[in-house]
Every structure is written in C-alpha cells, then in structure tokens.
Design a binder for this molecule. Structure first.
Ligand code: CAA
Length: 258
C-alpha cells in the first residue's frame, strides 16, 4: 500500500511512522487512520522490525480529528454510518513496543492517539490538550478515560473542562511523558531509546507490554498471576538461555531473532 498521509523511515530494527498532513496540522482523517492501521499491522508482522516510533513533524504531532471532515456530520454519519473511531484503535493491537514522539501540538484525537502509544518522549516544544469542549463535543478516542489514568483525575478534569494545554515540563511532571528532550535532539534520543529496546529480545518486550497493559484492565492479584505465567513460560526459551548464559559468561548477549 502506498501512503499519502504517512511517511515511513527505516532505521535497522526500528521503523519510524510519521503522520504527514502538514497543511491541516496532521488532523486525523479516515484515510490517515486507515493507512496508520495498515502500516502498524505490517510492521508488527515484519520480523525485521522490533520497535515502532510514531511521530509527526517538528511542529505538530496531530491537532486532533479533522474538524473540516466532521463539521457537517449527523449522528447517523458517525455511528450507524462511518462510525468515527472504528479505525482509530488498531494501534492497541500492535504487540511490539510503540514509542510516541511528540513535538509541537498533540491535541484532541492527537493527544488520544499519543496516549495509545506505549510511552511518550516529548520535545521541549510539545503541547498537550483535549480542547474538544471548545468545538462542542466530548473527546471521542479515549481522552476522558486514558488521561485521568495517566495524570490523575484533578489534572485531567482541569484539562478536559477548560481545554487548557499543558507544556512538555508539566506533561513530564504529571507522568504523561517519560522524558523531555530539546527539540533538535528529540529524534536522535528517541532512536537511541528505540534501538536500546530493539537490541533486547522482542519476544520478552512483547510480553512485558502485554502484562503492563493488563494492569489497566484487571485486579492486582490477577495481573500478578498473568505476569507470572509469562515469567515461568520464559524458562527454556532462547532469550532466557542466551540472556542468563551471557551474564554468567560475562559477555554481551546476542538476542538476534529472539
Ligand atoms: N482539523 C482540521 N483542520 C485543522 C485542525 C483540525 N483538528 N487543526 C488545524 N487545522 C488546520 C486549520 O484549519 C488551518 O487550515 P487553513 O490553513 O486551511 O486555514 C491549518 O490547519 C493551520 O491551523 P491554524 O491556522 O489554526 O494554525 P495555528 O498555528 O494558528 O493553531 C492549533 C494551531 C492550536 C493546533 C489550532 O489549529 C487548533 O486549535 N486546532 C484545532 C484543535 C482541536 O480543536 N482539536 C480537537 C478536534 S476534535 C477531536 O479530536 C475529537 C476526538 O476526540 C476524536
């Protein structure tokens, strides 16, 4: 599939997917979300890729759902018809780590898409917000659910009800992003982080991701049991044999193909 709204860059075992509708601030429309789903599934299944980076431009990650496309919708267009959101959550089915890299605006659906990544690295220019209330709707891709889980109820309510944007420093302080990096270095650092993960056994990275995501869906006891199944099942795998042998032999492990 040729992509008109995405740019793809390959870096060894890391692939970078860039949202690319510069004239519309990377507003998320149907075509872009279809293309994103296609790309994510393709790279998740590609043995040459261990980690995916999802990013936008240096000015904008995404300014939300495409308001021009939605403005004239009726309820019948959004639910029985085209069902906005039906192609937004493919990212949640990706088993390999997905790092979101945000420079500039991540607003509305853009912030929601960012929050569906496994973790976020922000440029010091990043701004996050859920301004849907200003265009007369509630968030529609998880903003009212993932934001309070990420930063707590009070901050989330403040952002959702006032539409105020938070900057990168506040995003880091509240735990929305894992690191903030100067704008000119953000992709370099993100690629270093991705390559660090890509050098680990991808099978274990996938299990860790699965188990962490489970924490948001289940009780502590069930979650710990779920984790333990992965831990026990790891014994006898090539990754466990190589990782522990390398430690004991005081050499660097080689997790190629594991
Ligand atoms: N949809 C469609 N087009 C958009 C857009 C959006 N979400 N955001 C920006 N654009 C377009 C603008 O219309 C403008 O197009 P023209 O040049 O053709 O006029 C172009 O991108 C540049 O935007 P601005 O001139 O506004 O640029 P700015 O630098 O002055 O402001 C901004 C940037 C703060 C991001 C501002 O564009 C903005 O507030 N955008 C809307 C943000 C928003 O409300 N997002 C929520 C959408 S609803 C949603 O996402 C629902 C959901 O939960 C799924």
């Amino acid at each position: 599939m040729e992509y008109s709204d995405l740019l793809i860059e390959h870096h060894d075992k890391v692939v970078v997917i860039r949202l690319n509708r510069p004239k519309a601030m990377n507003a998320l429309n149907d075509n872009m979300m279809n293309e994103l789903g296609d790309a994510l599934y393709k790279f998740d299944a590609d043995p040459a890729v261990n980690v995916i980076i999802l990013t936008g431009s240096d000015k904008v990650f995404a300014a939300g759902a495409d308001i021009a496309a939605m403005a004239n919708y009726s309820y019948a267009d959004t639910y029985p018809g085209n069902y906005i959101g039906r192609n937004w959550e493919h990212i949640l089915n990706v088993r390999k780590p997905v790092i979101g890299v945000v420079a500039g605006y991540a607003l509305g659906g853009g912030c929601e898409l960012a929050m569906m990544c496994d973790f976020l690295i922000a440029s010091d220019t990043a701004k996050f917000g859920q301004p849907e209330i200003k265009v007369g709707v509630t968030p529609g891709a998880g903003g009212t659910q993932r934001l309070p889980r990420a930063i707590g109820k009070s901050k989330a309510m403040d952002m959702l009800l006032t539409a105020r944007m938070i900057d990168a420093a506040e995003a880091e302080r509240t735990g929305l992003v894992s690191r903030v990096v100067p704008a000119d270095l953000v992709m370099t650092v993100a690629l270093e982080v991705a390559e660090t993960i890509a050098a680990m056994p991808v099978s274990v990275a996938m299990q860790i991701k699965d188990a962490v995501n489970r924490a948001f869906e289940t009780t502590l006891t069930e979650g710990v049991r779920y984790e333990r199944r992965f831990f026990h099942a790891g014994f006898g795998t090539p990754a466990q044999k190589e990782g522990m042998a390398a430690f004991l032999e005081k050499r660097k492990p080689n997790f190629e193909g594991m």
